[in-house]
Design a protein around this ligand. Structure first.
Ligand code: ADP
Ligand code: MG
Length: 855
């Protein structure tokens, strides 16, 4: 046995290499005239190799080269064929050269930086030369229809998809352990030679165990392969292998260690990978930083590695660098082919942690390109809308706007004035308005929208206000008709529920232009609804609509102006993607005199204390909401809970007051009656399901109890809470939940790291901490991850393959800047050098552009 391994000193190692070189070089002299002339060359080489190995473990490439060298010379002396001897000596010389250079690299110690422009086409491309996105993976070597179907499940259809399917993590499998240093219970990697194999079959248990004894410079180890009998052939005696697995004790304890093999790699002496033009032998599955890919039943990470290796080898040369050089240089991005290769085959020195988090230079390059293409598409569309000519231009109509001002019960805030100016400017311009108005709940968006509606009507056009729920449509109608009336403007409600004569009448009024303002739900965009001269569409609470195409609206009118209101402030990064092509105005302050809502958390068992707060408020002349969750899956049960609660509250806690109930299943008249009664103060406590989540505006309501708060989403909770705090009085939001540890005023998880706290708990905490919609939106994004917000059809944008909106927020900002600047410079991307870029943008986003197309 060898002594415990110590890293060979460079000189010792060099000595051995030199000792090996001398006889081998001699044999090669005079055009390999002496391949028979060196006595006992085989045993000598094997002995030296063993000495070198005994000084290990070395870096994997070194180990592999040494083992291959040994394999070449094991039966050298028995080989009489001169050609064969010559071939082996040739190969040995190459291996020695590699070993020598390898040492140099190791000795330099990881100072090399990622290559930026290594030649990528060392191999002559052959076969299919169509663009990568037109090459189906099905026709790659070793794929075929069956595997193609499996890959399709992973979203991989083309070679381009394949290249962009990055590992979801990486594993450092580059450290070797000598057999005599293995300890039971650990996971280790060994590098050795197959000494013996034995296949055991246990038919009763339908089990086969392939026992492979592997030998390295320090000893032998029994390696077990379960149910892979076919490996017997591949792991013939004398084959150098790398094995990774868990070390376990056999029957005789410590002296009897085995390895249950998880991953193996055979090192082939004729491995083409280790051929002349590669600097060091490559392994795929062990002995390096190994990419771990998503798997699906029937398709393993290992297979993926092999496939990607082929593709990198064959197709990397066809990867086009689409980014302009100037941007690459400014953003310090590596070239595209390099980035792809690095992401799949990281080469030392790399930071594993950077790779895993997806922030390595390679990842950065790929993410940038994705974000850049999106922003370019959005920038392009932004220009497109700006170029359109609208037929109906609205004037700001000072007279009527002046009159509107005079009948409003309050003065507009500076923020409101500012956004109204933005909007009027858009409306008067020859191009259609495409504007997003962002403002937290209660910031006063309705009155801004009203200004736009009035301006459109005053210019002789029709204006539509579209909202996500009937309840809200009714509310808006109720609130706005009074004002519109006094301005001499007619207003019609259209919810899609209307039938018969009533419906016919309203549709006629809309079609012949008698209806000047039309308030309604999605029903407004139905094909049966025709407008006489639709000049403006305002979409309230846009986030609730999901994807809507501008096209549907433009078909209704003459390129109407579109104003989108959203109360859910979305984080900047999302806004830049989802609404990237809209102009944005923000109402950044609340009307004066508002007191921040006080939010308190109670455990369910403390319900009485919550009701006490409610009673105090009612006694002071205020009103209350009690909100119950309602989700589709358990709609029936949820509804019943709300109904029973209304009854119980009326009979018990609030017997002295009037309790009302609203939910989505009520008849319109019933619901309208209840809402009017609540608005008029005849009902003090309104029990409701989430139908009141958006838009409802009853300023005298000052307290909201939210039952089962843990069941609501964060944005939803924030919206709900926004129903109170609309007047000058102090308002309260009381969260009831079963979440352990929540109690009045609780900050709950303060001090605890977030990931130990349930998402529900985190949501409630976020709500307790802040009343600022933007803060809450960021928090929501953090808790849920962008996939949730994004992958959902709700936002209408597909997931990125590499980019991540939280992680890459700064990168997105850069990408946007560069994209808009580039279009400024070359508006149509029409110069020849921008063609590949233009094509890539269209390919990626043209079909999906409509998705981002809100408004
Ligand atoms: P949201 O932005 O959530 O749609 P609303 O438009 O419903 O908000 O406005 C919330 C409340 O604030 C309403 O009762 C509205 O009348 C009131 N409000 C709006 N603007 C002002 C203002 N400038 N001063 C005082 N109250 C205002
Ligand atoms: Mg609103």
């Amino acid at each position: 046995m060898q002594p415990p391994t110590a890293p060979a000193s460079a000189t010792e190692f060099k000595d051995i290499l030199q000792r090996l070189s001398r006889p081998i070089e001699f044999a090669a002299r005079d055009n390999y005239a002496h391949v028979h002339g060196v006595k006992s060359l085989g045993p000598f080489v094997c002995e030296q190799v063993l000495q070198a190995l005994a000084r290990g473990p070395h870096a994997v490439p070194v180990e592999i080269n040494l083992l291959v060298l040994r394999q070449l010379f094991q039966d050298f002396d028995q080989t009489s064929d001169a050609e064969e001897r010559k071939r082996r000596v040739q190969r040995a010389r190459m291996l020695l050269r590699q070993l020598a250079s390898e040492r140099v690299e190791v000795a330099q110690g990881g100072t090399a930086s990622p290559p930026t422009t290594r030649p990528t086409s060392s191999t002559k491309p052959v076969g299919d030369r169509r663009p990568l996105w037109e090459r189906a993976v099905q026709f790659l070597k070793g794929v075929g229809p069956k595997r193609a179907a499996l890959l399709a499940r992973l979203g991989i259809v083309t070679v381009e998809d394949l290249l962009w399917s990055l590992p979801w993590r990486y594993e450092d499998r580059s450290r070797l352990t000598r057999i005599n240093r293995l300890t039971p219970g650990s996971r280790g990697i060994i590098c050795g030679t197959v000494w013996r194999t034995h296949l055991k079959k246990i038919p009763q248990r339908r089990l086969s165990i392939l026992e492979v004894t592997v030998e390295d410079a320090t000893g032998r180890l029994l390696a077990l392969f379960f149910n892979q009998p076919y490996l017997e052939e591949q792991l013939a005696v004398g084959t150098p292998v790398l094995l990774l697995g868990r070390v376990v004790m056999g029957r005789s304890g410590w002296m009897d260690l085995r390895m249950e093999v998880e991953e193996y790699e055979r090192i082939d002496s004729v491995n083409p990978a280790a051929s002349v033009n590669s600097t060091s032998p490559r392994t795929l599955h062990i002995g390096r930083i190994v990419p771990i890919y998503h798997e699906t039943r029937g398709w393993t990470s290992r297979q993926m590695r092999v496939l990607i290796d082929h593709v990198l080898h064959d197709s990397l040369a066809d990867v086009v660098n689409i980014l302009p050089h100037s941007i690459e240089a400014r953003q310090k991005l590596m070239a595209m082919p390099d980035a792809l290769r690095w992401a799949h085959r990281p080469v030392e020195p790399v930071r594993l942690e950077e790779l895993d988090r997806g922030v390595s230079p390679a990842h950065r390059r790929l993410a940038f390109e994705e974000l850049f293409l999106l922003e370019l598409a959005l920038a392009d569309r932004h220009r497109g809308v700006q170029r359109e000519q609208k037929l109906l231009r609205s004037q700001a109509a000072p007279a009527m706007v002046q009159r509107l001002r005079s009948i409003l019960p309050f003065r507009l805030t500076v923020a409101q004035e500012r956004v109204i100016r933005d909007i009027f400017e858009d409306m008067a311009s020859p191009h259609p308005m495409n504007r997003l108005l962002q403002g937290d709940v209660g910031s006063g968006k309705t009155v801004v929208a009203l200004h736009a509606l009035v301006a459109a009507c005053a210019s002789g056009h029709q204006a539509a206000l579209m909202v996500p729920t009937e309840l809200l449509a009714e509310q808006h109608y109720l609130n706005l008709t009074g004002l519109l009336d006094r301005l001499g403007l007619s207003c019609v409600l259209l919810c899609g529920k209307e039938r018969g004569k009533l419906r016919k009448e309203r549709l006629e009024q809309i079609a012949d232009g008698r209806a000047q303002v039309v308030i309604g739900t999605h029903a407004l965009v139905q094909s049966t609804v025709r407008f006489a001269r639709l000049g403006l569409v305002v979409i309230d609470e846009q986030h609730r609509f999901g994807v809507m195409q501008r096209k549907t609206l433009t078909e209704k009118g003459y390129q109407p102006d579109v104003l989108v209101l959203t109360a859910t402030p979305i984080p900047r990064t999302l806004a830049m993607t989802v609404y990237g092509d809209l102009d944005v105005s923000v109402i950044d302050s609340l009307p004066p005199g508002r007191k921040p809502i006080r939010t308190l958390a109670f455990h369910q068992s403390q319900r009485r204390r919550a009701y006490q707060v409610v009673r105090d408020e009612i006694r002071a002349g205020r009103q209350a909401y009690v909100v119950y969750p309602l989700v589709e899956e358990s709609e029936k049960v949820d509804l019943e809970a709300a109904m029973q609660a209304a009854e119980r509250l009326q009979q018990e806690e609030f017997a002295d007051y009037h309790v009302g109930l609203v939910h989505g299943r009520l008849k319109t008249e019933e619901r309208t009656a209840t809402m009017s009664a609540f608005k008029a103060g005849r009902i003090q406590v309104l029990v409701a399901t989430t139908v009141i989540e958006v838009g409802v505006d009853v300023p005298n309501a000052s307290v909201m109890v939210i039952e089962h708060a843990e069941r609501f989403g964060l944005a939803q909770l924030h919206q709900l809470r926004g129903r109170v705090g609309r007047g000058a009085q102090q308002s309260y939001c009381l969260l009831l939940s079963g979440a352990a540890g929540s109690h009045m005023g609780s900050r709950g998880a303060a001090g605890q790291p977030h990931d130990q706290v349930s998402p529900a708990r985190q949501r409630l905490d976020a709500l307790l901490r802040s009343t600022d919609g933007f803060v809450i939106a960021e928090e929501d994004l953090r808790i849920r991850g962008p996939g949730e917000l994004f992958g959902t059809r709700q936002w209408g944008l597909p997931d990125f393959r590499v980019a991540n909106l939280i992680r890459d927020a700064a990168l997105l900002e850069q990408a946007r800047k560069e994209a808009f600047a580039l279009l400024e410079q070359d508006p149509g991307l029409s110069t020849p050098e921008h063609q590949p870029l233009r094509n890539a943008m269209l390919r990626r986003w043209q079909a999906k552009l409509a998705l981002g197309d809100v408004g």
